[in-house]
Design a protein around this ligand. Structure first.
Ligand code: MG
Ligand code: MG
Length: 303
């Protein structure tokens, strides 16, 4: 019978998670800085891979059975688990990048969404006037880009609401409720006229020796209030949100999760530790200071 590891970690174990968190943050920062029209998702993956290798770590995504890449990169109607490759990014694309590093046996896991910069025409797309194959010259309706930015902001905001809630939560369900409340509190999506969609089948998780550990963290309320939140808990908090319905399907590549209605998706994620002195966002270079400031929370370093 398998030994069930406690979901609560010692201070020494939390300290061991600092470096893999910072390496994950550095990899994503490098990718974010490289996002531009014309670059391929495969090239972005190579950038993340190099940062992780240069810091003496390894990609924990490559340790997932059957997966050979350092990142998942999901574009527009793809929400999560997109496979990097030959896809060329266009101005106005919403791109979610998910990445993790394993260092000395401990893991980090984090994701960001980025809007590809570049010239975006304010006028509606006139397909007859546009060579859709020419990189950098595709015209995207500015309202589409504004809606994508709003989607990313709602998703990121819900992640920070969840992180802030973790600082004082008694049970996991308190964090889930804070995430859901933020998303629904944002009002209707400008695309659907209905509340933003929250993926139900994909959830946050504990993280430590393995990238995915117990407990699961739902991004919405459930009847179960969930495990106790107390020092030693480390969670990957990762809302996955759509501008339309919450229904998705897995593409023929057996990985990519795409919205059924073709609406855009966004994914944000941080690995967060709760310890005796407070909360610390392991995958943020500032420990989460900027993201938690609106909540009046100052993160407390672990070491
Ligand atoms: Mg992730
Ligand atoms: Mg994760």
């Amino acid at each position: 019978m398998a030994f069930r590891r406690s979901i609560y970690k010692s201070r020494a174990q939390l300290e061991a998670m600092i470096e893999p968190g910072l390496i994950t943050a550095a990899a994503l920062a490098a990718v974010r800085d490289a996002v531009r029209p014309g670059i391929t998702t495969g090239e972005l993956d190579a950038i993340a891979d190099r940062v992780i290798a240069d810091r003496g770590a390894e990609s924990n995504f490559k340790l997932v059975r059957g997966y050979r890449h350092t990142t998942c990169i999901s574009v527009n109607d793809q929400v999560v688990h997109g496979i990097p490759g030959s896809r060329v990014l266009q101005p106005g694309d919403i791109v979610s990048i998910d990445c993790g590093a394993q260092f000395r046996g401990w893991n980090g896991d984090s994701a960001i969404s980025v809007i590809v910069p570049g010239s975006v025409d304010a006028a509606p797309v006139d397909a007859t006037a546009v060579d859709a194959t020419a990189v950098g010259s595709v015209l995207v309706d500015a309202t589409v880009v504004d809606a994508r930015r709003a989607l990313s902001d709602v998703t990121e905001g819900s992640m920070w609401a969840g992180i802030a809630a973790m600082a004082s939560a008694r049970h996991l369900g308190d964090i889930s409720a804070a995430i859901e409340d933020h998303i629904l509190g944002a009002g209707p999506s400008s695309v659907s006229g209905k509340p933003y969609g929250i993926l139900r089948e994909y959830v946050g998780h504990g993280i430590g020796r393995k990238m995915h550990e117990a407990p699961s963290l739902f991004n919405y309320r459930t009847p179960d209030r969930g495990a106790e939140v107390r020092p030693g808990l480390v969670l990957a908090i990762e809302p996955m949100v759509t501008a339309g319905s919450d229904q998705t399907y897995v593409e023929d590549d057996d990985w990519t999760v795409t919205t059924a209605d073709g609406s855009d998706g966004s994914h944000w994620e941080h690995s967060v530790a709760l310890h005796d002195d407070g909360i610390w966002v392991l995958t943020a270079a500032d420990g989460g200071a900027a993201g938690l400031a609106p909540y009046g929370i100052t993160p407390a370093p672990i070491a």
